[in-house]
Design a protein around this ligand. Structure first.
Ligand code: GLU
Length: 297
């Protein structure tokens, strides 16, 4: 990518002028290493969101962290592997997470509502349209929807079950939400600065890529995994490609950076941008996501 390419400026302008945002907070951003909610970080991000809404933007929050918060509340030193125990942790953690969001957002004067979904349920006829209607109605009422997978009752991830399974991760869920509500910006906040040319933990030459074209994600685009939570960079790129096909621009950025949402929405070049495809949204084939053939540009 040529950082001085005027198109890159245009694309950042597309971020700055976005009216409808989906912001996904990963487990690593929301919780500390021990799984407890990172209160100061969360408060700052929610304050940013409240400000963006006051500027007239609509926002949907996609949150992870239910399993992690539940495990922490139950005194587990690490995330459990067994499905039933993970689901039990999600049942404990999701409520705690929401209690935290509602208390904070109420203080900020932002009404919020919880929307939990499963992939199985969304495969039902009419379900995607209902999800869209619910989310758009909430937005119309000035409510900040807070979406997560219903981890307590969702099927296990596809790799374990072999069937349609749960969402691969909340990156996929966030892309689906963005597609459903016709968002113009998807922000995936994680614990690294964006997408690198190689795994920055292993390679000193790894460079942060300011932009990745959805048509061309190369195999060398790293799959640096997160420390906690599902997902990882590859899954973020898959999600971004899906959003791009629906006409939505994605930015992968560091949720630890101060005022990251405000700065992004002011057009600052933070993180990695995956531009929306021009033209009418492409139809997605089923719900199965394909790994993008994409090359960093
Ligand atoms: N839905 C899971 C949770 O809230 C997280 C999935 C992910 O890490 O992407 O714990």
């Amino acid at each position: 990518v040529d950082e001085h390419d005027p198109r890159s400026l245009d694309r950042r302008r597309a971020v700055a002028t976005a009216r409808r945002l989906v912001v996904k907070l990963g487990t690593a951003v929301l919780t500390h290493e021990d799984g407890t909610v990172a209160l100061a970080r969360c408060y700052a991000l929610l304050e940013d969101l409240a400000r963006l809404r006051r500027e007239g933007r609509e926002a949907v929050l996609v949150t992870s962290g239910a399993v992690s918060a539940g495990a922490a509340a139950l005194g587990m030193p690490r995330l459990p592997a067994a499905t039933a125990v993970r689901q039990a942790c999600a049942a404990v953690g999701q409520g705690r997470l929401m209690a935290h969001y509602v208390a904070t957002l109420d203080r900020l004067g932002v009404p919020s509502g919880q929307v939990l979904v499963t992939r199985e349920q969304l495969a039902e006829r009419g379900a995607p349209a209902r999800l869209r209607a619910t989310l758009c109605t909430l937005l119309g009422m000035g409510v900040l929807p807070i979406v997560n997978e219903n981890d307590a009752s969702a099927a296990p991830p596809p790799s374990q079950a072999g069937g349609p399974g749960a969402f691969a991760d909340n990156d996929e869920l966030a892309a689906l939400v963005a597609e459903r509500i016709g968002a113009d910006l998807l922000v995936l906040l994680t614990d690294v600065d964006g997408v690198y040319s190689a795994d920055p933990r292993l390679t000193r030459e790894a460079r942060l890529l300011p932009m990745v074209c959805p048509d061309a994600v190369a195999p060398e685009v790293t799959a640096a995994g997160p420390r906690r939570g599902r997902g990882g960079m590859r899954s973020k790129l898959v999600a971004a490609c899906r959003a791009a096909a629906a006409g939505c621009t994605t930015v992968v950025a560091n949720g630890f950076a101060s005022d990251v949402l405000g700065r992004l929405c002011a057009g600052e070049e933070l993180g990695t941008l995956v531009p929306a495809r021009p033209g009418p949204p492409l139809r997605q084939a089923g719900s199965a996501l394909e790994t993008p053939h994409a090359a960093a540009v």
